[in-house]
Design a protein around this ligand. Structure first.
Ligand code: NDP
Ligand code: HSE
Length: 437
């Protein structure tokens, strides 16, 4: 009898935000109520939705649920689960902390907040004995947080590499396949709704950097913050870079790269990177995301799927909601933050990669030897050098494409600084990482 009463009592859900993702979450909560109830063992009841603008048209959403008072909503004593889909740092952080303080478990997709201040949220949740789930914060619909947090927790992750921003993958893919320039494809991405209204977070790599920080924290059981990520966007990538990559049998991807340095510190960066066509990440098309994991015992794993959009992202949010709700029903909580290894962060100059350097030089005897000597002076070993006519056939300039073996970033930077001083080298030296060892 006790069970019958308990299983019919709804778990109360508060939703913060009813935009691209929040509106889909609300609709699924309503339309799939019976299925969700069966999976959880108790019904879910949506008791309120915090928004900015009460007058906005929201098809399928009961206006009576809307409120502009998010604080009052999350502090209701009867709310069991709070879903934060506002985005940004404030008021999201304060509302999440208030929800936790009131005893609710939290589901969020807010990578910007978790990457900059996840520690205080995880600590508050641990103190209150509630859950924080955030599958949708990285790579949209792709299950990647739970695999790292739970499935691979008995393994030793060695590296996580990912295409974790759909907008930039769409742009780079279109530049490669259609030969369109960066500004043209960006306009297309905006028209298709992939890019943000202000696409800076996408194209300058901030969004991918936040996701990299979250992935690195989970993979290496350490707290990695947004400010730890060495970040470079794709605004400088030209069609000439795309062609150089193609000639080398590569495509350019904005790669989030989280790996362990030889001294055990965490190297974490986001950079446009030449990826050989033989690598699984090279074939990820359009706005898709993919995450590639290397672990000691499982070996190589790849996760791929839609990384953005209301419906795919809502799928990940609902997965977290069911998990947190099941925990409530059992009186249990899921895993908290695992940051016991407290590894340091590899300084950006100490990070190691292969590189491709392109430079315009005087086509005269001895120039190649001078260029090679600059690399050698800084301990950068050359893997391959290619020379082409560099200025449309005038004959006195040549384009050198230099591929290095794995080198320290600081050594490559020092080499470039010296190359710039050579009178035989023209302005506009470009450099890009090359994936692989
Ligand atoms: P939107 O901008 O579409 O929606 C934000 C919602 O939050 C709106 O309903 C808005 O209200 C409400 N809101 C914003 N500020 C306030 C405030 N101060 N008080 C009350 N309500 C507020 O964002 P998305 O749905 O795209 O993103 C939500 C979260 O999901 C973000 O953290 C984002 O990074 C993450 N995410 C998004 C993905 C996507 O594809 N869109 C993919 C993966 C993660 P109103 O409607 O009245 O303006
Ligand atoms: N703007 C992001 C992207 C949304 O393009 O991937 C998902 O975080």
């Amino acid at each position: 009898m006790k069970d019958v009463i308990a299983t019919s009592t709804p778990l109360k859900v508060a939703l913060l935000g009813c935009g691209v993702v929040g509106s889909q979450v609300a609709r699924i909560l309503i339309t799939q109520a019976d299925e969700l109830r069966a999976r959880i063992g108790r019904p879910l009841e949506l008791v309120g939705i915090a928004v900015r603008d009460l007058a906005k048209d929201r098809p399928g959403i009961d206006r009576a649920l809307l409120t502009t008072d998010g604080e009052e909503l999350v502090q209701r004593a009867d709310v069991d689960l709070v879903i934060e889909l506002l985005g940004g740092i404030e008021p999201a952080r304060s509302l999440i902390l208030a929800a936790i303080g009131a005893g609710a478990s939290v589901i969020t997709a807010n990578k910007a907040l978790l990457a900059s201040d996840g520690g205080s949220i995880y600590a508050a949740a641990a103190e209150q004995g509630v859950d924080v789930y955030y599958e949708a914060a990285v790579a949209g619909a792709i299950p990647i947080i739970r695999p790292l947090r739970e499935s691979l927790v008995g393994d030793e992750v060695l590296a996580v590499k990912g295409i974790v921003n759909g907008t930039t993958n769409f742009i780079l893919d279109k530049m490669h396949t259609a030969g369109e320039s960066f500004p043209d494809v960006l306009a297309e991405a905006q028209a298709l709704g992939y890019a943000e209204a202000d696409p800076t977070a996408d194209v300058e790599g901030h969004d991918a950097a936040a996701k990299a920080a979250i992935l690195a924290s989970l993979a290496f059981h350490s707290r990695v913050r947004l400010s730890d990520v060495d970040r470079e966007g794709i605004t400088g990538v030209t069609l000439a870079d795309i062609e150089a990559a193609r000639e080398m049998g590569c495509v350019i991807k904005l790669l989030a790269d989280c790996s362990l340095s030889p001294d055990g510190s965490i190297a974490v960066g986001v950079h446009p990177t030449m990826v050989p066509l033989s690598h699984p990440l090279a074939s990820i098309p359009g706005a898709y995301n993919a995450v590639f994991i290397e672990s000691r015992y499982a070996g190589r794993l790849m996760f791929m799927g839609p990384g953005a959009g209301g419906s795919p992202t809502a799928s990940a949010v609902l997965g977290d909601l069911v998990t947190a709700a099941r925990n409530r029903v059992r009186g249990a909580i899921g895993p908290g933050e695992s940051a016991y290894s407290a590894r340091g962060i590899t300084p950006s100059g100490e990070a190691r990669s292969r590189y491709y350097v392109s430079l315009l030089v005087e086509d005269e005897p001895g120039v190649l030897a001078k260029v090679a000597a600059c690399f050698a002076a800084h301990g950068v070993s050359l893997q391959a050098v290619r020379q082409d006519a560099g200025d449309g056939g005038a004959g006195d300039r040549a384009r050198l494409g230099v591929r290095t073996h794995t080198a320290r970033d600081a050594d490559v930077r020092a080499t470039l600084a010296e190359l710039e001083q050579l009178p035989e080298v023209g302005p506009g030296i470009t450099v890009m990482r090359v994936e692989g060892r």
